[in-house]
Design a protein around this ligand. Structure first.
Ligand code: H2B
Length: 164
């Protein structure tokens, strides 16, 4: 049987493939560009940070002259502390925005946020802080007594869990 191919068919198929792969690489470039832009956001003014903090757990405080923010808590035990840190790591990875974690005396957790590429606080720090506040944990009873506000945050999360 004589093979017949329409003249130019292979060329147009190759062009289509090239165009498709160009679009795909453009799409992936813009996605990683978006990620990079998100992480290298514009430094927030002090009043913007203050406004952002109003929507967050009161444990957050700005340190280093508006250049980073941190919150600390005492978990019930080492396993609860590590579980929280690992859940926080998942949230950070999803945003491609990574805090500094400090775990001392087996259950004292401190998380520090800053946008390294901007050497300042940016919107993505506030976004991640909000997600970290939503991660439930069990606190040391003494810490809860001294910081009843965290119960409200965790209670809100528990309620949400109950409803969901
Ligand atoms: C290449 C990668 O997207 C960047 O290095 C991300 C990774 N995680 C990050 N995390 C934080 N906190 N700040 C950044 O600027 C940052 N940049």
């Amino acid at each position: 049987m004589v093979e017949t191919s329409t003249p130019g068919a292979t060329e147009s198929a190759a062009t289509t493939t090239r165009a498709a792969s160009a679009n795909a690489s453009e799409a992936s470039q813009s996605a990683s560009e978006q990620k990079r832009r998100k992480c290298s956001g514009t430094p927030l003014e002090e009043k913007e940070v203050a406004q952002g903090l109003e929507t967050l757990c009161p444990s957050w405080k700005v340190v280093g002259g508006n250049l980073s923010m941190e919150k600390s808590f005492v978990a019930k035990n080492f396993v609860k502390a590590m579980a929280w840190i690992n859940a926080a790591a998942e949230a950070a990875e999803e945003l491609n925005h990574h805090p500094d974690f400090h775990l001392t005396s087996y259950r004292n957790v401190k998380v520090v946020l800053q946008t390294h590429s901007a050497q300042a606080l940016t919107a993505v720090d506030l976004e991640l802080a909000q997600k970290l506040d939503a991660i439930p944990t069990e606190y040391s009873p003494k810490f809860l007594r001294e910081n009843p506000h965290v119960r409200v945050v965790s209670a809100a999360v528990e309620t949400a869990d109950e409803v969901a």
